[in-house]
Design a protein around this ligand. Structure first.
Ligand code: ATP
Ligand code: MG
Length: 354
């Protein structure tokens, strides 16, 4: 609850509470260990002055001693001395425990930060290595609009070189050149985003769009693995909150795994589908017509470095799971005689906790 109060207000409250305790302790003849309530001040100071808990405990100890001397001057050794000792012990122990707890929490937080950073670096390294595998697809994606630009440029020149230049045709060709330039530059921007090492950027995403972009990046790969890809994207899905590049990475991993699984049978079919999830989320699945996953491997599929491929690193699914986890979603694999299905569920934007 204290976390919801602003630090300034909390500090003011703490000072007021400490003052009230001191006044009651020092100036009223109550026969109770009122100073033990400084424990509340110490505990609240964990949120108000996290780095100074020991100092605040020291101040409370001093206030307790002053209060005791004030109210018991002349008869210091009686029952109230025992109550004062109990209060001092309670404040000291609470202060020490709160301080060590704070240090442990801070250490834990730093470790979590380091872990998050390493996870991002690992995901980035895997992305760059996937980009290497996708080089042929990428070249093709960029080459297509470039070839179209060149063809439209030549056409425009021909129209211009006529005895009677056809300016309307030239205008149309230049319009096409502009559109293809934009297409090529979009592909390059997407690839650069995949290659760049940047912190995850959360935004509202249309999962269908991310699926289409990922499919475009593996188009060439599909051809060389003799695989046909069918997109079955449901309409009217709610947006999800996520990092575009990371989700692309997951989809590309799943598509590549599907293609590689069907290598042994000389090709097959892949289906990349989206649909509304049972619990209000959005589901994305990649199904193949390969041999499926052996039941003894199902439990280890997402373990780092688990691979059944001679040249596999075994990191694709482990990284995909850590990405989906960090998006608050789930990823699971099922297998049947007619292939494997890898399915991710992501929370819809409206239900992502603030
Ligand atoms: N669609 C699939 N069909 C059958 N087996 C699969 C499928 N997807 C994954 N697997 C199994 O899961 C293992 C782990 O996959 P993962 O993507 O983590 O690693 P990898 O593909 O072997 O290597 P890489 O790190 O290069 O992706 C694969 O080696 C394979 O045995
Ligand atoms: Mg893989």
């Amino acid at each position: 609850m204290l976390r919801h109060i602003s630090p300034q207000l909390l500090r003011l409250l703490i000072v007021q509470v400490a003052t009230v305790i001191f006044i009651i302790d020092a100036f009223t003849p109550l026969d109770i260990a009122i100073a033990v309530l400084y424990v509340v001040v110490v505990l609240a100071s964990v949120h108000a002055w996290p780095r100074h808990v020991l100092r605040i405990s020291g101040i409370c100890v001093v206030l307790t001693l002053f209060g005791f001397l004030f109210s018991n001057w002349g008869h210091l050794v009686d029952a109230s001395a025992g109550r004062c000792a109990v209060s001092l012990a309670a404040i000291a122990i609470t202060g020490y425990l709160a301080h060590t707890n704070h240090i442990a929490n801070e250490r834990l937080w730093q470790q979590e930060e380091t872990l998050r950073e390493s996870r991002n670096q690992l995901a980035h390294a895997a992305r760059v290595s996937t980009l290497g595998e996708l080089a042929a697809s990428i070249a093709h994606e960029v080459n297509q609009p470039l070839a179209a630009i060149s063809a439209n440029g030549s056409a425009a020149l021909r129209w211009l070189n006529r005895p009677q230049p056809e300016l309307e045709e030239v205008r149309i060709a230049i319009g096409r050149i502009q559109a293809d330039t934009a297409r090529a530059s979009e592909v390059i921007t997407r690839i650069r985003a995949l290659a760049r090492r940047s912190d995850p950027e959360q935004q509202a995403l249309d999962l269908n769009e991310v699926a289409r972009e990922s499919a475009a990046l593996v188009r060439r790969e599909l051809k060389s693995h003799k695989v046909t890809l069918r997109l079955a994207l449901a309409q009217g899905l709610p947006p999800v909150l996520g990092d575009r590049v990371q989700l692309q990475q997951v989809i590309i991993n799943l598509l590549m795994n599907g293609m590689q699984a069907m290598d042994g049978q000389g090709g097959g079919r892949l289906e990349l589908a989206t649909q509304a999830g049972a619990e209000g989320g959005v589901q994305l699945s990649v199904a193949d017509t390969g041999p499926g996953i052996a039941s003894e491997n199902l439990g280890r599929l997402f373990d780092p470095f688990f691979s059944t491929k001679p040249d596999g690193m075994g990191m694709g699914l482990a990284i995909s799971r850590s990405i989906i986890d960090s998006h608050g979603g789930r990823i699971a694999a099922t297998s049947s005689g007619s292939g494997a299905v890898l399915q991710c569920t992501l929370p819809a934007l409206a239900e992502v906790p603030a």
